[in-house]
Design a protein around this ligand. Sequence first.
Ligand code: NDP
Length: 522
Amino acid sequence: MPMDTQVPGKIRSVNPASGEVLGEIDCASESEVLAAVQRGRMAQPQWAEVGLRRRISILREFQTKLHGRKSEIAAAITREAGKPLAEALVTEVSVVLDAARFLIEHAWGLLRDQPVPHGNLATKLKRGRLVREPHGVIGIISPWNYPFSIPATETLAALVAGNAVLLKPSELTPVVALELASLLYASGVPKNVFQVVIGGGPTGAALTRSAIDKLVFTGSVGTGKRIAAAAAERLLPVVLELGGKDPMLVLEDADVDVASSAAVWGAFVNAGQACLSVERCYAHRSLYEPFVKACAEKADRLRVNDGMAANTDVGPMIDERQVRIVEAHVEEAKSHGARVLVGGTRLPALGVNFYAPTVLADVTHEMRIMREETFGPVLPIMAFDDEQEVVRLANDSVYGLAASIWTRDRKRGERIAGRIQAGTVMVNDVISCFGISEAPHGGLKASGIGCTHGPFGLDEMVRKKYLDVDLTPGIKKVWWHGYGESFRRQMEGFLDWQFGRGLGERVRGALRAAGVVRRKRL
Ligand code: NDP
């Protein structure tokens, strides 16, 4: 958003399709961020004490309220982030409803204490268990591209685990974050248990420096690295969900019609502004030409318009700065010999933020379009000759978020998936892994650290405390002070009893160790 149109200390939310100002919201200063953290800290113990059963019932209430307001929330998302209404329903509202379903069904089982049985004979007279405790106050910093589903899925997991949450949404999408807050408050979440701090990068940086207990960040690699450096200063635990350059591998036995539709949806959903979008595509040379042709024809049929219009397939990009990145990548690819089959231009008649769905052929890994995150409506396609080559190309990236493999041979798809460096590999689908609430979401390499969603995402929201109870409080442990030659021999015997190879060695070891219980200890 151009800062010169901003009122100092205010964040202006703008509809990217029309330029209409949707709201002007006060920006939180550093001292306001610190005060909000303090309020969260005061409120959190009581929230933890209300118990999991009550928190799950609040989640159920949230789900009911969100379902009741689904169209209204989708419209708010479309107005502020630009994506078509149908996409706002499918990729945002529905993802959050299902994440709530997952937590309602599974939080009880996943958060309860877990026995830790001991295998070592020396510790058999103890009972261990794992206790999951909330971290305290969790900071969530989220991007503009999925302004509802990203912060909401993370928030629900943090809240159900008993944490207080401070959300710093992108300055481009504050209104949607406030809608999330209103749904949570209406469902019974206390005001200080979930707070939204509105502002730009400096507000996020202030949150990172504050006394939060954990930070869940979703955004670009550059900001992620700055956050990781700041967090390292005070060993603040972080989850980093960063960018991607997800490859799509179309093998020689793939169905060209299905795979080309997938490539087009995967590349142009949310105008390509999805961390999991198809950012680069590799098609086997035997089907390269028909595949490229099908992609170009389908991309050409996409209806680009304001996301509020009923038949829109692709909406605007979030802002002009993002359009300029796409333009630079496409121009650089063209100057190095890429063929533009469709698109390749802005659509000024629709508005400053519109860019035509673009299909590029004959791209190479020397081009930025195949190496850097474009985050826009571009589908670059390259031919490959064999499996070895396509695996090498897919892994030739600093990123490792997700990948997809298209083949009729499921076994081969799974085998190749094992060779791909990515947090998620889908065989015969793209992106929908984000909507599978049971599945973890997270990347390798520059795509991040840790994960969100599913059991592992919930696990990020709790500290693991190991609780050990000794069952013989009146007996001194055999390994305590008062050592001597006989103790050393008894211990050798004990190790032979536990780890010796043959039965004879183990029995002899047990006999040598037996005297240890009568040993005098300090
Ligand atoms: P940014 O990194 O620019 O911003 C992300 C968030 O961080 C925003 O709320 C931003 O605030 C805030 N921020 C900016 N500077 C700082 C700072 N110094 N300290 C703390 N917070 C700061 O990313 P975008 O919003 O442009 O989002 C797009 C990126 O997010 C893409 O790279 C995409 O791949 C990635 N992404 C990753 C996902 C994943 O799950 N792996 C999912 C979705 C997106 P503000 O916007 O107000 O400047």
